[in-house]
Design a binder for this molecule. Structure first.
Ligand code: SAH
Length: 241
């Protein structure tokens, strides 16, 4: 465990984050819960500590400086993580930026139950779990256009992804997509969908902080999403805009 703590602290340091003891403990506990659960059911593909630390914890929090200051400064910023799976990137972001008001959305019951357990064990405040599909929540008034920031990692290709995410973003709020090196191809075919849903690409920030090529595609909501979106479950993927 001592070694794991060291790997964690050094990894965070390498991206410019000095973890407090409380944050270190939270990540180590999260790691333990994740490894235990992974013996029973697959939450992550590889449950080796080093792999989880880099691929999930550090990758989730290695966000561009402009987002770091935004998350740190604005207290009670509302953040929604869609298709959070084992809690990524939402839970690591909440550990680093405890002022966030976080909602985690996940379609699979098993995963939703798992993140419920994590939130409880880590005593995280101001975190809600929305078990269900984005296509359904996106049509509900309590969720629609209610978030300052929406994030998603490894959920869908960009043109499908924007239909699942932009309905939740407040006017003038942002959607942040954690994307891989092929973001350019995805962007080219997503242009029409982004416009249709009321978005505008604001910035693309490339990063290699964790040794993997990442691009943060930041889309600002400049107009309301038309009421007919999102379409019914499965449609955004089957017939992307
Ligand atoms: N964001 C996590 C998990 C990615 S896998 C990570 O980066 O590690 C994608 C997850 O999204 C799965 O857990 C899947 O159950 C969930 N998901 C897929 N489609 C969804 C939808 N339409 N609404 C909500 N969750 C969805």
């Amino acid at each position: 465990m001592e070694n794991t703590a060291k790997i964690l602290a050094e990894a965070a340091n390498s991206i410019g984050i000095a973890l407090s003891n409380q944050q270190k403990d939270a990540f180590l506990l999260y790691l333990r819960v994740l490894q235990d659960e992974n013996k029973i059911t697959n939450i992550v593909a590889n449950s080796e500590a080093q792999e989880i630390i880099w691929k999930h914890f550090i990758d989730s929090i290695a966000i561009p400086p402009i987002l770091q200051s935004f998350f740190a400064e604005k207290h009670q910023l509302s953040l929604l993580d869609i298709g959070t799976g084992g809690g990524f990137p939402g839970i690591p972001l909440k550990i680093i930026y405890p002022g966030l008001s976080l909602d985690l959305m996940e379609a699979t019951n098993k995963k939703a139950e798992f993140i419920r357990k994590v939130v409880q064990k880590l005593s995280l405040n101001n975190v809600n779990i929305a078990w269900g599909r984005a296509e359904e929540f996106g049509r509900r008034a309590e969720y629609r256009e209610k978030y300052d920031v929406v994030v998603a990692r490894a959920l869908a290709e960009l043109r499908t992804l924007v239909e699942l995410t932009l309905p939740f973003v407040k006017k003038q709020g942002i959607f942040v997509a954690y994307k891989g090196p092929k973001y350019n191809e995805e962007l080219a075919i997503a242009a029409k969908a982004i416009l249709t849903l009321g978005g505008e690409v604001q910035d693309i920030i490339e990063s290699e902080a964790t040794g993997i090529k990442r691009a943060f595609v930041i889309i600002r909501k400049i107009a309301a999403t038309p009421a007919k979106y999102p379409r019914r479950s499965g449609m955004p993927e089957k017939r992307p805009l």
